[in-house]
Write a new protein. Structure first.
Length: 372
């Protein structure tokens, strides 16, 4: 058995947590003993589930208090003597991996789950500076797609085959289409006779939320049966709510805030909108398509996220009205033949059970290599 530390900084509702939990739910307890390391200001720490899965959660000072943060990591590494330190903090991996290196952890894995946008100038500048150092203390590279790998580790490293690609995994069986759940949710929400256009996201500039509202508003104008649902939280919530009020959605908009019970909504929606300025590899895109839900991505999102005919890519240069036309037409085509995609997920590297086994073997091989 090998002992693995998994560092994710902010354990908030969203894609990063979903990816990590997909692995943790499927690790073989006879082969991996694991600890989840999270910041104290996280808003969705799964204490009970981690305990039920046989793992442990270590809560440390947030990385904004960098000295205390790294001191706590140092104490953990000294005490637990990990075989593997797996950092899934993107360009912030520099900090936990430097502690792991100083503590003598033999296998230090840096994973990239992100890219960047010139439109987020301050954030992108910081990421571009930090990514130059994110590989300093690691000896193994991971990424959730080619674009994320090239962004953080460089094209040369990626093309040399030094980056292991693990697509964002989901539970293929759990996320399959469920007609009963769909009908139950739609009846509860009052959507039975509606065409529901929804999104689930963390509302920061990256997700392009104000343009999302513009698209929804154009759909509202063009389709009497259109109903809208927004799930998530973020720093742009108030701006979004103000824009929704200005557009006059009224009871045609359901604002549900942060939810953990999102599977029912994947089934209840008829279309999923994600006009992001950039993405590493959107987990919600895979989860929603797993249930047969068409997803309308911006052309800034990696094509690796598209599943069969469900993944649609629309240029950010197009107007909200043009987006609306495409979304309405494609949704109408796909609605009558809704079906899940669990077999596709299993065959193409998205199934959590298969990928957890592959990640286990990856860790075990790395430990053997470093103990020769």
């Amino acid at each position: 058995m090998i002992k693995v530390a998994i560092s994710i900084n902010k354990c908030d509702s969203g894609g990063q947590k979903s990816v990590i939990m997909s692995y943790l739910r499927n690790f073989d307890r006879q082969r991996i003993e694991w600890d989840l390391i999270v910041d104290a200001d996280s808003n969705s720490i799964p204490f009970e589930e981690v305990k039920a899965l046989g793992g442990r959660v270590h809560v440390i000072p947030p990385y904004q208090k960098i000295v205390k943060h790294m001191a706590a990591l140092r104490e953990l590494c000294k005490k637990e003597k990990y075989d593997v330190f797996y950092a899934a903090n993107n360009t912030m991996n520099l900090f936990p991996l430097s502690v792991a290196w100083l503590s003598g952890v033999k296998v230090r894995v840096s994973e990239s789950l992100t890219t960047a946008s010139k439109l987020e100038k301050k954030k992108t500048l910081m990421k571009n500076v930090l990514k130059r150092f994110s590989h300093w203390f690691c000896n193994y590279y991971m990424a959730n797609g080619i674009e994320s790998a090239e962004y953080q580790f460089g094209k040369k490293t990626t093309e040399a085959g030094k980056v292991a690609i693990f697509l964002n995994p989901v539970d293929a069986q759990k996320n399959d289409f469920d007609m009963e759940l769909r009908n139950e949710c739609r009846e509860k929400m009052g959507w039975s006779d509606k065409v529901v256009y929804g999104t689930i996201a963390r509302f920061e500039m990256q997700k392009n939320p104000l343009f999302l509202i513009e698209i929804m508003n154009e759909i509202r104008k063009k389709s009497e049966k259109a109903q809208f649902c927004i799930i998530g939280i973020g720093s742009m919530e108030e701006q979004m709510k103000q824009k929704i009020a200005e557009c006059g959605f009224g009871d045609r908009m359901s604002w549900l805030g942060r939810r953990e019970d999102i599977r029912q909504f994947y089934n209840a929606f008829d279309a999923f909108l994600l006009p992001s300025l950039y993405e590493g590899f959107p987990v919600v895109g895979v989860e929603s398509q797993a249930s047969g839900l068409p997803v309308f991505f911006s052309d800034a999102v990696t094509r690796e996220a598209g599943i069969e005919e469900l993944g649609h890519y629309i240029e950010l240069s197009k107007s909200a009205s043009e987006w609306a036309d495409i979304i309405i037409n494609e949704t109408e085509k796909l609605m009558p033949n809704r079906r899940g995609r669990k077999e596709y997920l299993k065959a193409h590297g998205f199934d959590a059970a298969s990928e957890a086994l592959r990640l286990t073997e990856y860790f075990e091989k790395a430990v053997k290599e470093q103990t020769k």
